[in-house]
Ligand binder design. Structure first.
Ligand code: ZN
Length: 352
């Protein structure tokens, strides 16, 4: 087993600002503690957390501890285990792995019930701890799943946050069935493109919502059955496309779209929410919700079982993430610029 060097390169944030505050520089390689693995990171990918770690939140966020500088973000991580702290199964050494980035106590009632993301001390690798925008990272060994040779680090690193969240929204929260019709808003985003892929894989009819014609075309190319313009009221079009019934699930990462999303739901349909990237103060009529037995469910991330579900499909070759582009870690600035251009479709991956 190769010994880790003393120093590594990492994308370090010393202050809030635009992509130019990202500094690719030498920092010490972290040391694994009890139960932890040292991972030689081969790939990571951008999520909403990364630009937010860099720019700071747009407004005070409900009780979420902000990281203290310097920050190394990056919640998605695929790589090789090259060392470990006490109490880690030695068989893990040398394995190709992908990380479940939720950090949890494993002792509270929620954890014991398998709901790790509801843990009373829930936090996130790469947001509240140093993450994977680096050549090496330390994470709990129990959070790792091994990858077969057939799965690339690039594909694996695209999965954990976006695909686990999308799985949670559609399958665990939305109880998706193969005869369902779903509407995926923000279809070009990480979670949106994941919901498109997962919805198709599970046999659902997928309507994709996107704000540009280019993205609507891409959504169709990636398997959506139809596309709607989410930049204007879309519920009537959704009703037309579903013979007046509405969709069973709306995947809504946008927030400001709630009134139209709710109107586009079938009776008993589920509005699944993982974010509010376009505005978090929607105004809607409560009667449109309860009188048709519709429900709203929050799904900021999935539990361990949701993660295992998507990685199992990946490992079997039954699910492949949509990837917009791959950048070397040294070009993290360009990757952030691309992410914030709002022109990307799918995940932006960085390789180390
Ligand atoms: Zn817990």
């Amino acid at each position: 087993m190769t010994m880790p060097p003393a120093n590594m390169r990492a994308v370090v944030i010393h202050r809030h600002g635009g992509p130019d505050v990202l500094s690719y520089e030498a920092v010490p390689v972290p040391q694994p503690g009890p139960g932890e693995a040292l991972i030689r990171v081969r790939a990571t990918s951008l999520n909403r957390l990364d630009p937010r770690a860099r720019s700071g939140p747009p407004e005070p966020v409900f009780p979420w501890p902000e990281g203290t500088f310097p920050i190394i973000s990056g919640s998605d991580c695929a790589g090789d285990v090259i060392a470990s702290g006490p109490g880690v199964d030695p068989k893990l050494l040398g394995q190709r792995v992908v990380l479940y980035p939720s950090l949890f106590c494993n002792a509270c009632d929620e954890c014991r019930a398998g709901e790790q993301t509801r843990c009373l001390t829930y936090h996130i690798f790469g947001e509240h701890t140093p993450g994977a925008m680096a050549e090496y990272a330390v994470a709990p060994a129990a959070n790792l799943l091994t990858l077969p040779e057939s799965v690339s680090y690039t594909d694996a690193a695209a999965m954990p946050v976006a695909y686990t969240t999308a799985w949670r929204m559609l399958v665990t929260a939305g109880q998706l069935t193969a005869d369902a019709t779903i509407l995926v808003l923000g279809a070009g985003g990480g979670v949106g493109s994941a919901a498109l892929v997962i919805g198709r894989r599970l046999g659902a009819r997928v309507l994709a919502g996107a704000g540009s014609e280019e993205k609507r075309q891409l959504a169709i190319q990636h398997g959506a059955d139809a596309a709607v313009d989410s930049g204007q009221p879309f519920s009537e079009r959704v009703m037309e496309l579903t013979g007046g019934r509405g969709v069973d699930i709306v995947v809504d990462p946008l927030g400001i779209t709630w009134p139209e999303s709710i109107r586009g739901l079938a009776r008993g349909g589920c509005l699944a929410v993982c974010g509010a990237t376009a505005g978090n103060r929607p105004v809607f009529d409560i009667r449109e919700l309860y009188q048709r037995h519709r429900r709203i469910v929050g799904a900021p991330m999935g539990n361990w079982r949701d993660f295992v579900s998507v990685i199992t499909l990946l490992n079997r070759g039954e699910l492949r993430p949509i990837i917009d582009g791959v950048y070397p870690l040294a070009e993290a600035r360009q990757a952030h610029v691309r992410a914030e251009s709002r022109r990307s479709f799918g995940k932006i991956v960085l390789t180390a």
